[in-house]
Design a protein around this ligand. Sequence first.
Ligand code: SF4
Length: 422
Amino acid sequence: MRVKTGQNGEHFTFCRICEAFCGLVAEVADGKVVALRPDRNNPHSKGHVCVKGVNMHAVTHDPDRVTKPLKRKGNAGEFIEIEWEQALDEIADSLRSIMSEHGTEAVASYLGNPTAFSTNAIMGFGEFLGAIGCRKFYGAASQDTNARMLGNYVVHGAPYPFNIPDLSRCDFLMIVGANPLVSNGWGICAPRMRHDLDAIAARGRVVVVDPRRTETARPYEHVMVRPDSDAWLLLAMMRVIIDEGLADTDWLAAHSEGWGELFDAIARIDPVAAAARTGLAFDDVAALARDFATSERAALYAGLGLCRGYHGALGAFLYNAFNALTGRYGRPGGTRFGLNLIGAVKPFGGGHGAPYTRIGHIPSIAGMLATAMLPADIEEPGEGRVRALLMSAGNPVLSAPGGAVLERALSQLELFVSFDFY
Ligand code: SF4
């Protein structure tokens, strides 16, 4: 029998730490979660968890966790505890005064990655920022994901629809720049990755393209390429696929536009020279291209490794274009789109372009400004200089480029509010 919220007993829930969303059973005693264990009956995760998920209650009850507002007093790291009412009043007064003197451009926000896994946080924070007229959104995506969102925007028409391979029906999965046995499948909500990959390998092939012999490369077919050569591999393969008449032109004609330009651009690629950049023999690249293109149920899956290096944006574009060229979208065993997170698109929508950073005029991607430019936005005098920063679940001094410069810049803010439980 199901117990009611707050009652002692077993409650069924799921882990919000990453997009695997593993099912959990929470044991409640005396109003507290005392244990978390895998939910073997959860139809999505079927008992899979990692060490983080089953220990999250230790974070909830950690005596060091911040449960009341802390106000900075004195030197770095020195805080005093204050009541919520005082905190809210002081933040509101300070925001009001900064905005009336300097305008809404003086207020910026920063969204850390955990915000994306909390519907309440992303919608609540988005609504609040919208209500006060804040239009400067900095976020963790610019540290690693922007190239992928740009590739999505160019090929899919919007930054958020990510490719999700149809793992349960795929017979040939080619993985580029990803280590899903460790990451649990970035962006594809697949908690049972080892089972999925083993099943695909038993039915057909799992080919892992990576410069490193990763945990995922070891048990499957490893194609060891030179670092930062993924884009060249995809270009060489696409040239072979087009030259040998293996492109799915029926699918392209029915579902896409502009593919003639793609064919023209690929025709300018020398496939032998492109293959040489990867460190692979051209014949091996051509054979891989043929096998993929002629497989009935094949998909290309790429992780964030594809976004790193000099060809990150090109690689992200080619990733989507490669799946399109071989007609994989919406096909059994191919690739498909998931439903967008509620609220993820509207408050932080947009593609590539405006708004631009105040310093450097760098275009935003999916409405997010490049965090690398946040220190300059705080420190450089002029109209629109950031004087207040509202941060949700972020730690960019550690995660963003130029952390030391950002730390210095943060100390110059008139108001800095960080929503975090540590
Ligand atoms: S893989 Fe780990 S962190 Fe991710 S949802 Fe599952 S238990 Fe949570």
